[in-house]
Design a protein around this ligand. Structure first.
Ligand SMILES: C[S@@+](CC[C@H](N)C(=O)[O-])C[C@H]1O[C@@H](n2cnc3c(N)ncnc32)[C@H](O)[C@@H]1O
Length: 220
């Protein structure tokens, strides 16, 4: 049975979907480091050419569309039917599925890439081993993962916000970057690169990007 917090995340994103879609930047307008990391990931999955890339927690699909413009065969998956619906309307040529990153519809080894861009922080940290394991299962050997998330001292926040419109409750979790890298390693990934964006003046959180791949053979 689905854990109840997934239903809370789904309902909250359904409430804020339209306002979120209006307020979130297109990746083309992001800072140069964020675009560079997305560009590096795109280059890696295109040169490996092992299958499609799933943008898990794709929201309104702006990042999925950005990857697609860079040449990646990308599709989106989101827990919130409203988010997936907005993505389909905005990008009718791309595929957007309703589903959870905790149980991807993709078969074993079917994906060439997995992108999780600001989408894993609502899951309790105890679930991350299973979720990273799910990314690993669905990726082909040699496939690439890019995980971008806020990092810092371990923290759990419950806040109500609405991106300028109707508010909804959100639980958010933060972990140290080293802990995330360790969990990715335990899930079977080789973490090949990390970026760290320090908080901007006034902002509280640092953001890390983890580039990792599923090794092709058994570990030494
Ligand atoms: C902060 S938004 C980021 C959206 C998009 N990646 C972007 O950067 O614009 C987080 C998204 O993750 C989705 N999400 C959260 N938990 C999820 C899960 N377990 N499976 C799939 N999507 C999930 C939410 O519905 C929401 O659309």
């Amino acid at each position: 049975m689905e854990p109840s917090h997934l239903d809370t995340i789904r309902q909250s994103y359904d409430v804020v979907a339209a306002d979120y879609a209006r307020s979130v930047k297109d990746p083309a307008e992001l800072d140069p480091l964020s675009r560079a990391v997305l560009g590096a990931f795109a280059e890696l999955v295109m040169s490996a050419d092992l299958g499609p890339t799933a943008d898990v927690g794709c929201g309104p699909g702006k990042v999925t569309a950005y990857l697609s413009r860079l040449g990646v065969s990308a599709f989106g998956v989101d827990l919130s039917p409203r988010m997936a619906g907005l993505a389909r309307t905005a990008y009718p040529d791309l595929r957007f599925d309703v589903g959870s990153m905790t149980a991807l519809a993709a078969g074993d080894g079917e994906l060439g890439g997995v992108l999780a861009f600001y989408s894993t922080h609502h899951l309790p940290p105890g679930e991350l081993p299973e979720v990273y394991g799910e990314f690993h299962r669905a990726l082909a050997p040699g496939g690439h993962l890019l995980l971008v998330t806020r990092v810092g001292e371990e923290e759990h926040q419950r806040r109500t916000y609405g991106y300028g419109g109707d508010p909804a409750p959100f639980d958010s979790y933060r972990l140290p970057a080293d802990r995330i890298a360790e969990l990715l390693d335990r899930a079977g990934f080789a973490v090949t690169g990390r970026t760290l964006q320090e908080p901007e003046a006034g902002a509280k959180r640092a953001v890390a990007g983890f580039l990792a791949h599923k090794p092709e053979g058994p570990r030494a």
